[in-house]
Design a binder for this molecule. Structure first.
Ligand SMILES: NC(=O)c1ccc[n+]([C@@H]2O[C@H](COP(=O)([O-])OP(=O)(O)OC[C@H]3O[C@@H](n4cnc5c(N)ncnc54)[C@H](OP(=O)(O)O)[C@@H]3O)[C@@H](O)[C@H]2O)c1
Length: 249
């Protein structure tokens, strides 16, 4: 890819996505921002232009509603053309207690964190594959790597998305399009503001964004960010079930 690339960010108001957008703006890329807070997106767009983005366009709407995706994809085509890079970033940290008590809420969370991103990824895959180039990147989570009692609705949705991305990567093998599964650990963003956030395991959105940009440039398949989560999750996924069941993980 040469010249400014077209980068579409879905869930652009996410703190991690915004840190990526700022880094891409510094490189002079063309950015399409999709999210549900129109005023925030407009302010972000002004900021990104000042930071160096070659072009910024915005779209506002609820990304969990898949019937809005065709209009969104048409808006990207009209504003810029087919993206070189798509970053699917939106998500919600499920309230585990509420999800166990209210299956309808759990289903809505699974829609937001798995079904809707999967539907959008399919639509993006066919567009990018038709052009035979590009990168599809999606933020999942280390929480998707093993089912655990503390957050298995969120973890189940993210884990489903990880299997989906794995299959999509296989499907697109040889097409010129690569698929990146981004698995952050603990990141200091609005999503985790209610948690105690001390200790070296907590990363900033900027650190995670730097890892994401590098992994996209290198066309990696799976990214643990920061890097040490790969080894933490190796331990968690290797733990024999009887041992895991004795923990509160
Ligand atoms: N923070 C962590 O520790 C962590 C760890 C692992 C994975 N992740 C994942 O990283 C991604 C980014 O999250 P973040 O940490 O940057 O948190 P964040 O700043 O709270 O961002 C989450 C974003 O998702 C958007 N969103 C949620 N539902 C949406 C919907 N239906 N339609 C449109 N936008 C919607 C939110 O929009 P509004 O601003 O309108 O609410 C918000 O911008 C998520 O997929 C999350 O699951 C985060």
């Amino acid at each position: 890819m040469s010249g400014p690339r077209i980068i579409a960010i879905f869930g652009a108001t996410s703190a991690i996505a915004e840190a990526c957008a700022r880094a891409w703006a510094r490189r002079g890329e063309r950015l399409f921002l999709a999210g549900r807070r129109g005023e925030t997106l407009a302010a972000m767009a002004d900021d990104l232009r000042i930071r160096g983005a070659a072009q910024v366009a915005v779209w506002s709407g609820d990304l969990a509603l898949t019937n809005g995706h065709p209009a969104l994809l048409a808006a990207i085509e009209q504003a810029m053309g087919t993206p070189d890079i798509a970053l699917v970033a939106w998500g919600t940290l499920t309230d585990a207690t509420r999800a166990e008590a209210e299956p309808a809420y759990a289903a809505q969370e699974i829609q937001t964190n798995f079904a809707a991103p999967a539907a959008l990824l399919l639509a993006l895959a066919s567009r990018l594959a038709a052009r035979k180039t590009g990168v599809i990147a999606c933020i999942t989570s280390v929480a998707g790597e093993r089912g655990r009692q503390s957050n298995f609705v969120y973890g189940g949705a993210k884990g489903g998305l990880q299997r989906f991305l794995e299959g999509l990567r296989h499907r697109l093998h040889g097409s010129g399009v690569t698929v990146l599964d981004i698995r952050p650990g603990f990141v200091r963003t609005p999503m985790t503001a209610h948690l105690p956030r001390h200790g070296p395991a907590w990363a900033t959105p900027e650190r995670v964004a730097a890892d994401i940009l590098r992994a996209i440039d290198r066309r990696r398949a799976v990214l643990h960010t920061p890097w040490f989560w790969r080894w933490i999750m190796l331990v968690v996924t290797s733990l024999p079930r009887p041992l895991l069941h004795r923990t509160k993980l």
